[in-house]
Ligand binder design. Structure first.
Ligand SMILES: Nc1ncnc2c1ncn2[C@@H]1O[C@H](COP(=O)(O)OP(=O)(O)OP(=O)(O)O)[C@@H](O)[C@H]1O
Ligand SMILES: [Mg+2]
Length: 362
């Protein structure tokens, strides 16, 4: 199993045209420069950034891909609220949260809130001129799974076909909410940040989106959680499929696995060659993707794996200051908790990688 094409694509970011690409050592094996840079993935409207592990880049990717997309509704379903904090420039969240918006679907006596999505540019100046809205999260989401479970169990007790309708209404609540909010903010594109656990809002998100973007960090636990995600998607004994019996609900495909925190060899002459750790995890990820290719949106594993370099100091600055990676310049300096942190030169490569991901999903 070879990761050569995935690596060659990294080198292709740096060739300005086909002629320059022909001088690259990778060109012998992959002569078609233009097709190497086009993953030929079907384009969808609604994506969830999802994997069942913390600290792998879900919130960071949500924030940066929303900025790159320009025209998108972002929803934060993680009770930790990191992407809400990035969108609101760390200013704390006010207004209707995703918890407030979903609760009336589970507790029918509650009324639906009217103002939900908020304009990001009102809070974060780096989104000026962009049609990006967000729905913030709430710490109450920690309790959402048990509220959802008891609503589903009450619905199961309803006699006749009303039972099916009531359960579908609960499990399609995120989908219904997105239908309404995307109309209001005049965009079809949606990006949902999820938590590292499945029950509750992530479960509803899977019924609401077309496909998943799965960050996998270059460590064994992240690779295990990719396998766990696939098990939940396919195992009829687990809650996602089990709760769907007799119901008409949709399941997401997987569009892309973004391998985050990649590092590259510093050996002299080893241009665009991954370091050993990155290589090992790219190979492991490729094997899982190839084995489960029927869950993906095309049948070529190489189309679905995109490395994203470790952001290093730029990631720290981006998180602490709520600045999209695209807006950072090498050598810029910021003070974080009394410490001077400088934007690393490799930020330009990360910017190219993020632009590549954006171009290939929308
Ligand atoms: N290539 C990369 N992609 C994403 N994040 C990166 C990358 N390189 C470094 N980072 C850093 O890794 C951290 C990822 O944290 P993030 O909050 O996005 O993870 P998460 O998956 O949302 O975690 P949680 O499940 O706890 O919410 C951030 O500090 C980010 O700056
Ligand atoms: Mg997060």
């Amino acid at each position: 199993m070879s990761i050569n094409k995935i690596i060659a694509r990294q080198a292709a970011y740096y060739a300005h045209d086909a002629q320059q690409w022909n001088n690259s050592p990778h060109a012998l094996q992959f002569p078609h420069y233009a097709s190497l840079l086009d993953l030929q993935l079907p384009k969808h409207n609604r994506y969830a950034i999802c994997n069942l592990r913390g600290g792998i880049g879900k919130s960071t990717l949500t924030f940066n891909l929303a900025h790159g997309a320009n025209d998108v509704l972002a929803v934060d379903t993680c009770p930790q609220g990191n992407s809400s904090s990035f969108f609101s420039s760390g200013g704390g969240v006010s207004g209707t949260t995703i918890y407030d918006a979903l609760l009336p679907y589970l507790l029918p006596r509650m009324s639906f809130p009217s103002n939900i999505a908020q304009k990001v540019k009102t809070f974060n100046p780096y989104f000026d001129g962009l049609n990006v809205h967000f729905v913030p999260s709430s710490p109450n989401l920690y309790e959402f799974p048990s509220i959802m479970e008891s609503a589903l169990s009450q619905a199961r007790g309803i006699p006749g076909v009303a039972n099916i309708k009531a359960r579908e209404q609960i499990l399609n609540s995120m989908r219904d909410l997105l239908d309404r909010e995307t109309k209001k903010v005049d965009t079809k594109k949606v990006l949902i940040d999820t938590s590292p656990f499945f029950s509750g809002a992530t479960h509803l998100t899977w019924h609401a989106v077309d496909s998943l973007i799965v960050p996998v960090r270059t460590d064994q636990q992240s690779v295990n959680s990719l396998q766990l995600l696939i098990d939940i998607l396919t195992d009829s004994g687990r809650s996602f499929l089990r709760s769907q019996d007799n119901l008409s609900l949709s399941s997401p495909k997987i569009q892309m696995v973004v391998v985050t925190h990649c590092g590259w060899s510093t050996r002299s002459g080893a241009k665009h060659e991954p370091n050993n750790q990155t290589k090992i995890y790219l190979e492991k990820v490729r094997e899982i993707v190839a084995t489960n290719i029927h869950l993906f949106t095309t049948n070529d594993p190489d189309n679905h794996i995109v490395p994203l370099d470790d952001f290093l100091g730029s990631g720290r600055i981006s998180s602490a200051k709520s600045i999209p990676i695209k807006c950072l310049k090498p050598q810029q300096s910021f003070t974080i908790s009394g410490q001077q942190v400088t934007v690393n030169a490799s930020v330009e490569k990360c910017q190219k990688q993020l632009a590549f991901i954006t171009k290939n999903i929308w």
